[in-house]
Design a binder for this molecule. Structure first.
Ligand SMILES: Cc1ncc(COP(=O)(O)O)c(C=O)c1O
Length: 393
C-alpha cells in the first residue's frame, strides 16, 4: 500500500470510502498516479472539473491572481468578485449573488434567505421548507436537514426544524403540504447524488405555480446540474421554469472551492449587512478562475458540443440496454446514469479502476457518468466498450 494511503488511514478522519489510488497530476480528461499511469476520468471530481483537469485558462487566471492578491476577506471590494457576480447575474436570474466556498454553503445561504423572506412577509409562522425525497443538498446541518435521505440524517438528529419532504414528480403530494406557512421549496432539477433522476417538465411548471400561489420561494439547487453539465448553462433552462434563487458550486471555480447563491432582483436584498457572511467566500482567486470558466462555457458551440456528446454517450448506453446489460438509462447532456440488473455497481467501478478508467456508482445498482465536458467521442466509446465487456462477464 502506498505510504500516502497509510498516512490517510492514520491521520485523516474516515468519512470517505476512497478508491485505492493516489493521483499526482491531471490534464484534460486524464489523471495520473504515482507511477505515471494515465486514467480516463469519467467522474471529473464529481463534476468539479467540467473543463477538464488543469484547464489552461483556469490555471492562467488563478496563477495571475495568486501573484497579485490572494484574499482580503469581505470587508473590502475586489475586482474578480464583482466581475463574476455580474457574469452570473446576466446569464441567469438578473439579480445579486452571495459567494461562499461550497455547495452546502450556497444552500445554507438560500435557506437563510428563504427564512428571512418568510419572516418579512408572514412572521415567524412562515418558516417551513419543502424538499424532495432522495434529494441531496450537502452535509452541513441545514443542508442535511434539506437532504431527505433518512440514512444520511439519522445519526445527526435532531435536525434543523421546519423541513418537510415529499416524493419527487408527485404534484398532489406537494400540493398536500404547501400552504401559507411555507417559505420555500428546494429541489434539484435532476437529482444527482440520488442516482440521476430528472424531474418532469410538467412537474416543474406546476411547482412553480404552487410556489407563486403561496408566496413561497422556488429554489433550484444547481450545484451538480449547473455550469454546462446538462448541455445548457443551467438545467432549468431546458424547461424555462425559472427559480427565484439558484445555488451553484462544484465546477464554478474550475475545481477551486467556491459556492454562489444567485437571486432574482426581487429577492436580492432580503439579506442585509450582518445577516450572513463568509470570511473566504468570493475570494479573488476562485472568482478569477470562475470568470475563466464562464468564458469557456459560453464560447461559441461549447454547450452544443456537450449536448452532441451527451446524445452519443446516451445512444451507446441505450445499446447496452437493448442487449439486456443495463436495465435503464437516465439523465441529460453529460449527466447520465445506468441501472444494472444486478447489484454489482461497486465491483464494476473497482474493475474500471484496474482498467485505468474512473467511474462512480451512486448505489449498488447505479453507475453515474460525469465526464469532463471536453471529453472526446473516442473516450466515450472506450468507456462503453469497457462496460460492455465487464457487464457481459
Ligand atoms: C445537488 C448538490 N447540492 C449540494 C451539494 C453539496 O456540495 P458541497 O459538497 O460542495 O458542499 C452537492 C454535492 O454533491 C450536490 O450534488
Amino acid at each position: 500500500m502506498s505510504d500516502i494511503i497509510k498516512q490517510y488511514e492514520k491521520y485523516v478522519m474516515p468519512t470517505y470510502g476512497r478508491q485505492p489510488v493516489v493521483f499526482v497530476r491531471g490534464n484534460g480528461c486524464f489523471l495520473y498516479d504515482e507511477e505515471g499511469e494515465a486514467y480516463l476520468d469519467f467522474v471529473a471530481g464529481l463534476s468539479i472539473n467540467n473543463l477538464g483537469h488543469c484547464h489552461p485558462a483556469v490555471v492562467k487566471a488563478a496563477q495571475a491572481q495568486m501573484a497579485e492578491l490572494i484574499n482580503t476577506c469581505n470587508l473590502y471590494y475586489s475586482k474578480p468578485g464583482g466581475e463574476l457576480a455580474e457574469l452570473l447575474s446576466n446569464l441567469s436570474l438578473g439579480g445579486k449573488v452571495f459567494f461562499s466556498n461550497s455547495g452546502a454553503e450556497a444552500n445554507e445561504c438560500a435557506i437563510k434567505l428563504a427564512r428571512k423572506y418568510g419572516h418579512d412577509i408572514g412572521g415567524a409562522d412562515k418558516h417551513r421548507i419543502i424538499t424532495l425525497e432522495n434529494g441531496f443538498h450537502g452535509r452541513t446541518m441545514a443542508a442535511l436537514s434539506a437532504t431527505a435521505q433518512p440514512e444520511k440524517q439519522a445519526p445527526f438528529k435532531p435536525l434543523v426544524p421546519g423541513f418537510m419532504y415529499v416524493p419527487p414528480n408527485d404534484i398532489n403530494a406537494m400540493k398536500a403540504v404547501v400552504d401559507s406557512s411555507v417559505c420555500a421549496i428546494i429541489l434539484e432539477v435532476i437529482q444527482g447524488e440520488g442516482g440521476v433522476y430528472p424531474l418532469d417538465e410538467d412537474y416543474l411548471v406546476a411547482v412553480r405555480k404552487l410556489a407563486d400561489e403561496h408566496h413561497a420561494l422556488l429554489i433550484f439547487d444547481e450545484v451538480q446540474t449547473g455550469l454546462g453539465r446538462t448541455g445548457k448553462l443551467f438545467a432549468w433552462q431546458h424547461s424555462g421554469v425559472m427559480p427565484d434563487v439558484m445555488t451553484l458550486a462544484k465546477s464554478l471555480g474550475g475545481a477551486l472551492p467556491i459556492g454562489a447563491t444567485v437571486a432574482t432582483p426581487e429577492y436580492s436584498d432580503v439579506l442585509s449587512p450582518g445577516m450572513h457572511g463568509s470570511t473566504f467566500g468570493g475570494g479573488p482567486v476562485p472568482c478569477a478562475a470562475g470568470i475563466a470558466v464562464i468564458n469557456e462555457l459560453t464560447a461559441a458551440d461549447f454547450l452544443t458540443s456537450v449536448q452532441t456528446k451527451g446524445d452519443y454517450l446516451r445512444s451507446l448506453l441505450e445499446k447496452l440496454k437493448a442487449d439486456g446489460l443495463v436495465s435503464e438509462v437516465r439523465g441529460m447532456g453529460l449527466m447520465l446514469a445506468v441501472d444494472l440488473p444486478e447489484p454489482v455497481a461497486a465491483a464494476i467501478v473497482a474493475e474500471a479502476l484496474k482498467n485505468r478508467i474512473i467511474l462512480n456508482n451512486t448505489s449498488e445498482n447505479t453507475i453515474r457518468f460525469l465526464p469532463p465536458l471536453v471529453v472526446e467521442e473516442g473516450m466515450i466509446k472506450a468507456v462503453v466498450e469497457f462496460l460492455q465487456t465487464a457487464l457481459s462477464a
